[in-house]
Design a protein around this ligand. Structure first.
Ligand code: GLY
Length: 359
């Protein structure tokens, strides 16, 4: 088992990564938390495959578990659903020493973390992410939230989990499209911080897509370590943490314009990364290979490259984003594979020029 420590003084925690971890989750969890009342939150798809494996392992280790299963989907990530979960917390008589366990993808993790952060002003919670995206990104770093009709993740907090348990076997039941979308975030880590990781993906893409355990362990552990390092330096996203949003500025605009229906998050981010690389080239910050290498990987993943959206529409949406500071957009731009800068120098003129050129 691989263990990565996230050092955040009183809020420090371990990320455990291994195959076959779910069957023995209770045995590992007792090292972190004395058995207690536990609300296990999942969704109906995940429940079918892993619900009883996890509950039984927890029960064998004397955790008093109640399972709550949500309807799958981003639409569920609302205050109304949180309210149902608060009811379950009361029903199962959770107190400040109890535990909330999130078993699932990003939606389950975000809303469970939000409920854990707010019920009785915060009770312990752990993350068991089952999608690649959740394993390398959303389960680590303590961003918890629900959506509001005015915007995604607008009601939330920073609230760190007590531990994160990643079972690489869960990727075997993940739809291929979700695996590929999650891989975009792994490529992102390569671009922002780790040229060696990027090269590894270039060389080992076949093994990764075949779910070879060693290849998965390498990309997941490296991604988690990079995210942990960034969050350790800037837990509340005052500055450095923004680099994790590489590809997300335009990616987010694409998701917004298409009402979050046409593209998976990772697909929109992939397009956003390519445009960000083009912007960096236009501004003389880097050379064409930085774009070409990303393009080649993204093509090999079979991801869509064209949006069919009008550049004006994307630009308008960009300026309406919550991340606009004093009328300036904030972009993460690569200077080489493994290194990015945070820039507020990207003008509307550059954007129009870049977005008008097909990828
Ligand atoms: N997904 C970006 C962050 O956690 O900061």
């Amino acid at each position: 088992m691989k263990t990565i420590r996230v050092n955040l003084s009183d809020n420090s925690y371990n990320i455990y990564i291994d195959e076959g971890l779910l069957e023995k989750i209770g045995d590992t969890l007792v090292k972190e938390k004395t058995p207690c009342k536990t609300l296990l939150i999942t969704d109906k798809n995940i429940e079918k495959v892993y619900g009883s494996i996890v509950s039984e392992s927890l029960l064998r280790n004397k955790f008093d578990v109640r399972l709550v299963s949500l309807t799958p989907g981003e639409e569920q990530k609302t205050l109304e659903t949180a309210f149902i979960l608060y009811d379950a917390c009361f029903d199962h008589k959770l107190d400040r020493n109890s535990l909330i366990v999130a078993l699932g993808g990003g939606v389950v993790g975000d809303i469970s973390g939000f409920v854990a952060a707010t019920f009785m002003r915060g009770i312990p919670f752990i993350q068991i992410p089952t999608s690649l995206l959740a394993q390398v990104d959303s389960s680590i770093g303590g961003k918890v939230a629900v959506n509001h009709p005015k915007g995604k993740n607008m009601i939330g907090s920073f609230y760190q989990p007590r531990a994160v348990f990643i079972d690489t076997d869960t990727l075997a039941t993940l739809p291929a499209t979700e695996l590929v979308a999650g891989l975009v975030e792994v490529i992102k880590y390569g671009v922002i911080k780790d040229a060696e990781l990027f090269e590894f993906i270039e060389k080992s893409l076949y093994d990764i897509l075949q779910l070879n355990h060693d290849a998965l362990l390498k990309i997941i552990a490296t991604s988690c370590q990079i995210k942990a390092n960034v969050v350790e330096e800037d837990e509340k996203e005052k500055h450095l943490r923004a680099i994790l949003n590489y590809g997300h500025t335009i990616g987010h605009a694409i998701e917004t314009v298409t009402n979050y229906k046409k593209y998976r998050h990772g697909e929109a981010v992939a397009i956003g990364m390519l445009y960000a690389a083009r912007i960096a080239i236009d501004m003389g910050l880097t050379d064409n290979t930085v774009f070409e290498r990303q393009l080649s990987l993204i093509k090999r993943l079979g991801l869509p490259l064209q949006t069919g959206l009008k550049p004006e529409e994307i630009v308008k949406t960009l300026y309406a984003d919550k991340k606009v500071i004093s009328g300036r957009l904030r972009f993460i731009l690569p200077t080489q594979i493994g290194e990015v800068i945070i820039s507020d120098q990207v003008t509307e003129e550059i954007l129009h020029r870049i977005l008008n050129k097909p990828l």
